[in-house]
Design a protein. Structure first.
Length: 402
């Protein structure tokens, strides 16, 4: 707790803003009541670099038409690539059955610069989507990786300029192409990776994910901190479910992110993560994708040790983050999520907008967040966006539909 990023943030709030909080829940209440104060504190504490400064924090609190940090121009990738010595490890990666390799911060910056130069030479401009349909475009651009050196140049774009498109699973209707913006993702991921994942220098953060799941974007966002990230390309169950625990030893993973179904599989197959392995570097285990039952919590603590920080998280592609998740300052209770995330005004409502406790209701975000979708892809008039999130509680709660 003494070394947690959240502890340092609380100390900074006291010294810089003259704000004192008795504990996490009091801090959470302030973060959702004073949106201007909280999000401006994230901007300042993590030294967001804007080519053009914002005029204010937000226009109003009515959803969905909220204008965050109007006038600001910045770049998400610039913040991902700005930190760390050239020699510091940024990425550790392995393929199924292959050796562990790594990429330094300096090498990552160099390869990004060369690839960006290749894309520019092919005519890609700001605002143009680059996806699987343009794969052979991308392949031509990668040839520049082994040729001309390139300067790392960042395009300053408006706060809401599209950053990436994520697709919902389709469990709540036709899949939606969810467009997120540079500024909203930057602020949310600075908050999430520092204050909720507690990623720090020397840490190696892993989350087993495909590139099509939002957890891939979350993992990339960990490079906003001084931590390194760990990637694995392969089947987590081949040759056995021990494969990822082998990776944890080899890469000296400190935060091991997975799914509740993977933990259940390990329980069923009698996997012993520590048998014949040195997992002393491992400090935290994260679980998401589905609820982790109490017996899953028991298995983690029985097999990885009582000093492990186990956090279960819930979020969605809609906001590309977790709105319920971990907190290094709070106790862990079996079968429960530790907290509502900072800046996320989460409640359960009945059909009359009345908050519910210990009852089943609609999960709603009652106040705006910077990471709300900029738009849905192809939704020219915004009608599908409003229908997807604001039809149940018009003008107030955004129903989280995943």
């Amino acid at each position: 707790m003494q070394n947690a990023n959240l502890t340092r943030y609380l100390s900074w709030l006291e010294q810089d803003r003259n704000l004192r909080f008795a504990g996490y829940h009091e801090l959470w209440r302030w973060s959702t009541d004073d949106l201007d104060g909280f999000w401006s504190s994230i901007w300042d504490h993590y030294a967001v670099s804007a080519t053009t400064p914002p005029e204010r924090v937000l226009s109003d609190r009515g959803m969905p038409d909220v204008d965050w940090f109007p006038g600001a121009t910045l770049n998400y990738a610039e913040h991902v690539l700005r930190g760390g010595r050239d020699s510091a490890i940024a990425v550790l990666y392995a393929t199924e059955g292959g050796p562990l390799r790594h990429l330094t911060r300096g090498r990552l910056r160099d390869e990004v610069a060369r690839l960006a130069q290749g894309l520019r030479r092919l005519g890609v401009r700001p605002g143009e989507p680059v996806d699987d349909a343009a794969h052979s475009e991308i392949r031509r651009a990668t040839r520049h990786l082994t040729r001309d050196p390139a300067e790392l140049v960042f395009e300053a774009v408006p706060f809401e300029h599209p950053l990436w498109i994520l697709y919902s699973s389709g469990t709540t209707g036709l899949p939606k192409g969810i467009v997120h913006g540079h500024g909203g993702m930057l602020l949310e991921h600075l908050k999430m990776m520092h204050l909720h994942l507690d990623a720090q220098a020397g840490d190696r953060v892993f989350w087993f994910t495909t590139t099509g799941w939002m957890m891939w974007n979350i993992l990339v966002g960990c490079l906003l901190t001084d931590a390194a990230i760990v990637l694995y390309d392969g089947n987590p169950g081949f040759p056995t479910l021990d494969a990822l625990w082998e990776l944890a030893e080899q890469a000296e993973i400190t935060t091991f992110g997975t799914s509740a179904s993977y933990i259940a599989g390990c329980m069923k197959d009698g996997v012993d993560p520590k048998q014949g392995r040195d997992l002393r570097a491992l400090k935290a285990v994260g679980s998401t994708g589905s609820p982790l039952p109490p017996e899953g919590f028991d298995w983690v603590y029985d097999n990885l040790g009582s000093d492990t920080w186990l956090f279960s998280a819930s979020g969605g592609s809609d906001v590309c983050t977790a709105f319920l998740g971990g907190c290094s300052l709070l106790p862990v209770h079996a079968g429960e999520l530790q907290c509502r995330a900072l800046g996320a005004a989460i409640e359960s409502w009945d059909e009359h907008r009345r908050p519910l406790v210990d009852e089943v209701g609609e999960l709603v975000i009652t106040r705006p967040m910077p990471c709300m979708p900029v738009a849905l892809w192809g939704d020219r008039d915004g009608s599908r966006y409003r229908d997807s999130y604001f039809s149940v509680y018009p003008g107030c709660g955004a129903t989280v539909t995943g």
